[in-house]
Design a protein around this ligand. Structure first.
Ligand SMILES: *Cc1c(COP(=O)(O)O)cnc(C)c1O
Length: 399
């Protein structure tokens, strides 16, 4: 290829995800409108905004007046830092000492997940001469990340002996916020309050406190004046075990019929011949597979929408292809739009439905949609395409 011009792909595969940025923005506004005065929303955009495009959503958040967003990894934080410099970014971490130095250099807000990370931050601060903004995570009972009650004396000592350290926030994370009946939620609230009062007795009272995720935010389970952190809620998926706890879905995943054939009764379809036609059947083949995030668990279980009606998945989901039975949809034709996730006509395949069928949660359904699937972000009359094959460019189109 040396010396040759690169080939710019002006086409896109017929399998893509549409992300309605206007809907995300309206979910964000609806969420903020429900919050009491003094409480603000921190959109959580880790894992590329749960597959919805972190940079695009960060830009939209900034346009809505959001000041702080949160991600998990240093690279996620840096991506947003450089794309939307005016937005503050909290990185949950944990970060090692090299990453901590980079995070301080980039003026990120550091999530500190334990005493050893606090010691690293202090060391980095000494070396760089800078005072990073720090949010300290307290473990109120999830027993995963965060400072435990036993570690508080050690943390207090570290904080007291480093007065240039800028501890601006305390936070915790709930294990059971999506289940209003679960007793662990109240237990965690109490432990968080106890740990904060131990810190307060030592004179440590940072101005910012946050604990609520999407489910707790939806239920109003936070103190006025706290920040709330929400990811899934803004995407329009169910956030509690109670049906009806969702805003407008943001994402729609579609493909198109790539092959149509009629097979005789008794013929079988796909790897391992797991589905056999009881009658003469019309089979549509779709150019999407488990490599795109269409779970193999949907083999002989899932359904797709064609012309607003359901067509069942028949046979095994392959890496690049899925077969569906369209015998009862006689008008289905080559090239017809097929919806894998989202609304078409009067029906909808929700992330919850796919999650139920595949034994997981909507979070994983979204995160599974792989980078092989192009994203189109729609905002006003703008359409922006993101594809790992064609780079990233902006087009104005009427559609
Ligand atoms: C992912 C995450 C969130 C957001 O959770 P949602 O249920 O999507 O709102 C909040 N806080 C922390 C620490 C997280 O890791």
């Amino acid at each position: 290829m040396s010396g040759a011009d690169p080939i710019i792909l002006e086409r896109m595969r017929p399998t893509w995800v549409d992300i309605d940025v206007d809907v995300w923005r309206s979910n964000l506004r609806a969420t903020r409108d429900r919050l009491p005065a003094g409480t603000d929303l921190v959109p959580v955009l880790k894992a590329d905004g749960y597959g919805h495009g972190a940079v695009e959503l960060a830009r939209a958040a900034h346009a809505e007046g959001v000041r702080l967003i949160a991600v998990a990894l240093l690279e996620e934080a840096l991506e947003i830092r450089f794309a939307v410099p005016a937005l503050d970014v909290l990185v949950f971490g944990p970060l090692d000492s090299q990453d901590t130095a980079l995070a301080i250099e980039a003026n990120l807000v550091l999530g500190i997940t334990g005493p050893e990370r606090l010691a690293i931050a202090i060391e980095s601060m000494r070396r760089s001469g800078k005072s990073p903004r720090i949010h300290l995570k307290l473990d109120s009972g999830m027993n995963r990340m965060g400072v435990t009650p036993d570690e508080l004396p050690q943390v207090i000592e570290l904080l007291k002996s480093n007065d240039r350290l800028s501890l601006v926030g305390l936070y915790t994370h709930y294990a059971t916020a999506d289940d209003p009946e679960h007793p662990a939620f109240e237990m965690q609230r109490q432990r968080f309050a106890q740990m904060r009062s131990v810190l307060a007795d030592a004179g440590i009272t940072p101005p910012v406190v946050h604990s609520a995720n999407s489910a707790a935010t939806w239920r109003g389970a936070f103190e006025p004046g706290d920040l709330v952190r929400a990811g899934l809620l803004l995407l329009g998926a169910e956030v509690t075990v109670t049906p009806g706890s969702r805003l407008q879905p943001v994402l729609r995943w579609r493909t198109a019929i790539a092959r149509l054939k009629t097979i005789a009764a008794g013929e079988s379809v796909g790897y391992d011949h797991t589905w056999r036609a009881e009658r003469e059947s019309r089979i549509a083949t779709l150019p999407v597979g488990y490599a795109d995030g269409f779970s193999r668990q949907l083999s002989n279980r899932g359904a797709v929408l064609i012309g607003g009606r359901r067509a069942p998945v028949v046979g095994r989901v392959s890496m690049d292809l899925v077969t569906v039975d369209v015998t009862d949809l006689p008008s289905a034709a080559l090239g017809d739009e097929v919806v894998l996730l989202g609304r078409q006509g009067d029906d909808e395949i929700s992330a919850e439905e796919i999650a139920r069928l595949t034994g997981t949660i909507p979070y994983e359904v979204f995160c599974a949609i792989s980078s092989r699937v192009p994203r189109i972000w729609r905002e006003g009359n703008q359409r922006r395409l993101g594809s790992r094959f064609s780079g990233y460019f902006t087009t104005d189109t009427s559609d």
